[in-house]
Design a protein around this ligand. Structure first.
Ligand code: SAH
Length: 238
């Protein structure tokens, strides 16, 4: 259980992302995979969460790749992160694009859950939980932040030999899509572990899909294989 006296933040992880912050919107940078999967996840989120006109919270938003896309799609979007530099880039990018229905805040998800419980129609938390000391605490806070009947989305990396080969050996060493050390295999989360965290947070698991990479076509697609990168939708009862 997470000790609430200590923030659920790994400073080394925040530093890692801060150092790359100027590259968030460079589609050929380390963040290319996030740009590549963005249309797929936006589609999935909208299919389940129907986000137009709704309030959406994006936890661990980074430079706002997904947050801004949801705002452009018509949601009233808020992004939070613990890396100040990333939020600065996110704000600038929204300003340059005249996107006014997106807001960014430096606040932990646990603190925001205490401040604004049931404050959002939809909560998303993508590719972030494998970078924190206590992912279950993130799941609980996300569940608390969504309104009864609202949807909560997570994506992360599975922990098995195939995920190790693709997400670390492949992406960091062979294809050099990501800098070495981007991911720590031991922090990857299996669907069974995530399902348990969701259940314990009172969330009802609705569906899961793989974000599967084909190294030959260099494209991602949604699939039924949760072996490597996968995305989940849950509902808050009520
Ligand atoms: N969700 C974004 C970015 C994923 S990269 C996307 O998918 O496009 C992971 C992000 O999580 C980084 O921006 C990093 O700063 C953030 N992060 C890591 N630990 C965090 C924490 N404890 N609280 C909030 N954000 C965190």
């Amino acid at each position: 259980m997470h000790d609430t006296a200590k923030p659920n933040v790994d400073e080394a992880e925040i530093d890692k992302f801060s150092q790359l912050a100027h590259k968030w919107w460079d589609k050929d940078s380390e963040f290319k995979p996030l740009h590549d999967i963005n249309p797929l996840r936006l589609d999935y989120i909208d299919r389940w969460g129907d986000i137009k006109g709704k309030t959406v919270l994006d936890v661990g938003c980074g430079g706002g790749i997904l947050t801004e896309a949801m705002a452009r799609h018509g949601a009233e979007a808020t992004g939070i992160d613990m890396a100040k530099k990333s939020l600065k880039i996110a704000k600038l990018h929204a300003m340059e694009g005249n996107v006014t229905n997106v807001h960014y805040r430096l606040v932990s998800v646990e603190d925001l859950a205490a401040e604004a419980p049931a404050g959002f129609d939809v909560v998303t938390c993508m590719e972030m939980m494998e970078h924190v000391p206590d992912p279950a605490s993130i799941v609980r806070a996300c569940a608390k932040l969504a309104k009864p009947g609202g949807h909560v989305f997570f994506s992360t990396l599975n922990r098995n030999p195939k995920a190790f080969v693709q997400a670390i050996v492949g992406a960091e060493y062979l294809l050099r899509m990501l800098p070495r050390g981007t991911h720590d295999y031991h922090k990857f989360i299996t669907p069974a572990e995530l399902a348990r965290m969701c259940r314990q947070a009172g969330l009802e698991w609705l569906d899961a899909k793989g974000l599967t990479y084909n190294p030959l076509s260099r494209q991602y697609r949604l699939s039924d294989s949760l072996d490597v990168n996968y995305m989940v939708v849950c509902k808050v009862p009520g």
